[in-house]
Design a protein around this ligand. Sequence first.
Ligand code: ADP
Ligand code: MG
Length: 643
Amino acid sequence: MSTTHPSEKLHFQAEVTQLLDIVVHSLYSNKEIFLRELISNASDAADKLRFEALADPALYETDAELAIRISFDEKARTITISDNGIGMRRDEVVDNLGTIAKSGTREFLARLTGDQKKDAHLVGQFGVGFYSSFIVADKVTVNTRRAGLTKEHGVSWESAGKGDYTIANIEKLTRGTDIILHIKEGEDEFLNDWRLRNIVTKYSDHINLPILMKKMVTVDEKETAPKAVEWEAANRATALWTLPKNSITEEQYKEHYKHIAHDFEDPLLWAHNQVEGGNLDYISLLYIPSKAPFDLWQHQHQRGLKLYVQRVFIMDKVEQFMPNYLRFVRGIVDTNALPLNISREILQDNATMTKLRSALVKRVLDMLDKLAKDDPEKYAVFWGQFGNALKEGPAEDFANRERIAKLLRFASTHLDSSAQTVSLEAYAGRMKPGQKKIYYMTAETFNAAKASPHLEIFRKNNIEVLLLSDRIDEWVVGHLSEFDGKPLQSVAKGDVNLDELVGEEDKAVKEEHKKQEEQIKEEFGDIIKRVKEVLGEQVKEARISHRLTSSPACLVADENDMGMQLQRLLKAAGQEIGDIKPIFELNPTHPLVSLLRDEKNTERFKEWTQILFDQALLAEGGQLKEPGLFVQRMNKLLLELVK
Ligand code: ADP
Ligand code: MG
């Protein structure tokens, strides 16, 4: 026996104690899931052993028949779940059962308010795992030995789930892990063969491993000597994805998802494909969760699919199967096209991998396409959870840009609601006869976009504008210059071509426009020059606006310059973008602009000009360099009005 590690009492990491508490108190109405979690861990442990044994068959010792055994003892009030999987070393026990490795855990737990702590769904989203044992047990003992180590290297871990645990070295003859649950008073329903079998078939029927339970023997009253224990499989133990699609029920698909994704909720959608023959032999079972995991937006988000080669589990979380923008997809891939001894390094640039990846991405896009067409409401749910991830698509996946563009949804002036439900296709279908471009407005918030003066002329002419206010949107329009041959155009950039909005056929209107324009030029040409002089280096140019109807002035970016919203985002991210000056546009029909035109006092002309400029900057969501000065000027002019 090793003497370097005597029995020790250790404390859980603070997050574990917190999570334990929440798990126990939020899952009381769904207690039975503890068994699913423990079976899932045992099955993972068997998968890991199978994989490691590919390189080192000696790890099987004398027992190559992988199985999970479940038994219970009514008198001792215990349920035991045993596996002959990979097992754990002492340090692994400490790490796996005493800490939570997931990044962002602390933040997640801190964010949960009192009410949410009772919400099983929120906790389930996090993945309850091993700690769910404490829903039904007031003490849990884990005896384990890592495959490949000798029997002296067994480890026993024990805890009442109240903040600390003990850990000791033990002798353990068999490889793998025994979890012994000491069942709480009042949870006796689980000390029952029928009940346990029921839970097994409900959640774990399809696990790729037999779950054995003791055979029920009708007790012969005369016989007193105990019979030899006979074990029988309580589940079907076939890999679900290998079964014919029409033999699999919805429930089974859902349970399989929960098993592989460690999720508590049903998936939103799945696609099961069995591609046999040909040079790319694979089965895929891909799921889209119904809720985004809490860490989807964190850099270290764990993602990827499970990889099986010829039914043998090879690795978890293979990232190469899915691009980043589809990182929320969960599922498994089982293929005969890769060698069994494939490693993560080899996966990096393997030609088969590349083919598999593009086939799988196509599967996901197909699945989303179909959902968008068949069930827009459900698609809206998907979009609410994962839309912002999908928006990374046009930049990341050039080859599929058109397909991804079809899946995007935006808010727009058509609905004037912040709901992102408008597709580019729907927009295109509503375009005015002469309209050639798809117009959009980006701003910090939906309300800012909606209220922007840039929209005035579009509203007046009944032309739809997409209202973009997610940070990622600038990125989307930056990489999606057109859709279906129609260029995307910011309404805050360049000049607005009224003629286009009116339609080509309407010659009379065009003539009228021309006339008006010349008149305005004559009337305001001089003013514009003076305004530019006053504003100096603050602007690139001053000009008459074609886009304003009710605001006096606005700022726009030059056609080829970076948009103002993107400038702000990049600046906020600490990027050096140089000094990009806006164009200052004045609305000739606005009374304040007429006032400016008629202002004879040079000093006051300057004040008015600066105020209009500052206002335009504010309306744009920008920040004034000297807000105090703006207020002073404003008050001065107001006082003159009162006089
Ligand atoms: P998860 O399964 O999502 O990783 P769990 O809380 O269920 O989280 O388990 C934590 C870790 O404990 C597992 O990742 C695994 O490393 C280890 N573990 C749990 N049960 C077993 C087992 N039966 N055999 C080997 N390792 C296990
Ligand atoms: Mg688990």
